[in-house]
Design a protein around this ligand. Structure first.
Ligand SMILES: [Zn+2]
Ligand SMILES: [Zn+2]
Length: 260
């Protein structure tokens, strides 16, 4: 496979996910046409530091730091202080993933909302965009983004799995959508409808490695090298050549994350 210049806008590469080490994983992806990686630093300070480390010493990696809604109940002021320090680094391009997950409810909803609000404010104070995780919480997610003024910095609704109504509101709030392997699943008609509809300058693609491997790798541990399958599927849905999807999504990612 030759270089398409795809950007994986969302991957988790910490040792808990890839015991072999991130560099082997990154190298396989480069061979598969991926030329940029947004490494998500959530799951505690060690994971955030790991993402930042990867980004500091590799030109094709940038990082984000944040508190996943699953971890909201463990959030502390001390952690926030440490994450803020990391968030100021130049190669930390966004705050996230943050948001709401009412499907798993690993943390009480009020705590999820509180942490989500806090980190939107942090993103605004640093003028960095936001990576949003939302599951089974569409109304509250959009309300909080609106009330907290997230449009000032914008961001991405990662692993987009909502419908057209949500998509329109997200775009109005200055957010773009990122499609993951879910968009390749048979039952994902609502997401596929959005992928056909979304304006070319308003979407990204991602693997969300190690989760949610795209067809035909479904069920395997996902890794950034599989991004091309999602890109191909989106290209098919949109009736565009793969090169067009690669070029637009990479351009969009670089613009959103001010990554040049
Ligand atoms: Zn997520
Ligand atoms: Zn994620």
């Amino acid at each position: 496979m030759t270089a398409f210049g795809l950007i994986d806008s969302h991957c988790h590469l910490d040792p808990a996910n890839f015991a072999e080490g991130a560099d082997l994983v990154l190298e396989r992806a480069r061979q598969g046409g991926v030329s940029g990686f947004v490494c998500i630093g959530v799951g505690g300070l060690a994971a955030a530091e790991h993402a930042c480390d990867l980004a500091r010493s590799r030109n094709d990696v940038v990082a984000t730091v944040g508190v996943h809604p699953h971890d909201a109940s463990q959030h502390t002021e001390v952690l926030q202080g440490e994450l803020e320090k990391l968030a100021r680094e130049q190669r930390v391009v966004a705050i996230g993933e943050i948001g709401l997950d009412y499907h798993y409810d690993h943390s009480p909803r009020v705590q999820q909302q509180e942490v989500f609000r806090r980190y939107i404010q942090l993103a605004k104070s640093l003028s960095k965009p936001i990576v949003v995780h939302t599951r089974s919480a569409p109304a509250d997610t959009l309300d909080i983004l609106e009330v907290e003024g997230a449009r000032d910095v914008g961001g991405v609704i990662h692993c987009f799995s909502e419908d057209l109504t949500f998509a329109r509101r997200a775009l109005n709030l200055n957010f773009v959508l990122s499609f993951s392997g879910i968009a390749t699943f048979k039952r994902a008609e609502a997401i596929q409808e959005v992928a056909r509809w979304v304006p070319a300058d308003s979407y990204l693609i991602e693997t969300d490695s190690p989760y949610l491997a795209p067809v035909p790798k479904r069920g395997k541990k996902n890794e950034p090298a599989f991004l091309v399958h999602t890109a191909q599927h989106i290209a098919q849905l949109r009736g565009e050549p793969l090169e067009e999807v690669a070029a637009k999504t990479s351009e969009n990612a670089r613009r959103l994350f001010r990554w040049h």
